[in-house]
Write a protein of this length. Structure first.
Length: 242
């Protein structure tokens, strides 16, 4: 009996180091799976962020998804969403935050649908220009004030009809006459041009360097066709001559 007891006593200490060696690994796994620390947000700030996120997304957002993305407790997000829903239910609000398919989405209120529909019907159609019109507009924008013969020289094709279209769309206007033989009409862009293209002024138009940067992003070196090292669009050509 004594030899068996001695064997048991000798084998028992050998298991302890294994348990101790396994402990650090379990601690590492626990730390890796630990959720991120909550971000400190005030109640007002949390509501504002939730409102902004719901506004910019097309698909309904689940409360759990919002809580995880913002690093907030589920209870706080639920309470903030409930307050937002109640706020948007007020009569003076034209929008509402609805719970749809298990998530939250912003939409117009049903009682205003007819008025909104009528308004949309009366909107001007979106601006659509042909390639020739866009080329001519770019030349005018970068070289203004510019005459029709000068535009012809840059583009290499006649553009009288295109100029008329741009004048009708109020994207360009006349800017007097150039003091040369024949005194041709000068053209420049309008305020409507700035509004349509979201510019503060023509100084915000992209430079040739920016065009080249965009081109590099669009094509890898292997994809750039041979012989296209120079400006590949009328906009680039106009910018290069500016």
């Amino acid at each position: 009996m004594e030899p068996e007891e001695i064997k048991q006593e000798e084998t028992q200490p050998a298991a302890a180091p294994l348990e101790e060696a396994a402990q650090p690994e379990s601690e590492v796994i626990a730390e890796a799976e630990a959720p991120p620390a909550p971000v400190e947000l005030g109640e007002v700030e949390l509501k504002a962020i939730l409102e902004a996120v719901i506004y910019i997304t097309e698909e309904p957002l689940e409360a759990k998804q919002l809580a995880q993305a913002l690093g907030q407790a589920q209870e706080r997000v639920d309470a903030a969403l409930e307050q937002l829903v109640n706020d948007y239910n007020a009569a003076e609000r034209g929008l509402q935050i609805r719970e749809i398919a298990g998530g939250f989405k912003m939409a117009t209120k049903p009682e205003h649908h007819e008025a909104v529909r009528q308004f949309v019907k009366n909107l001007k159609p979106p601006l659509k220009l042909t390639g020739a019109a866009l080329e001519t507009l770019a030349v005018v924008a970068y070289k203004q004030p510019i005459t029709a013969p000068e535009i012809l020289e840059i583009r290499g094709v006649q553009g009288g009809g295109v100029l008329k279209t741009l004048l009708d769309r109020k994207l360009i206007t006349t800017a007097g006459r150039k003091n040369v033989i024949g005194k041709p009409i000068l053209y420049k862009t309008t305020k409507e041009f700035l509004v349509k293209f979201g510019l503060k002024s023509v100084a915000e138009l992209p430079t040739l360097k920016e065009f080249e940067e965009l081109r590099r992003l669009a094509f890898s070196e292997d994809e750039v066709p041979e012989g296209t090292e120079g400006p590949s669009t009328p906009e680039e050509a106009a910018a290069a001559e500016a």
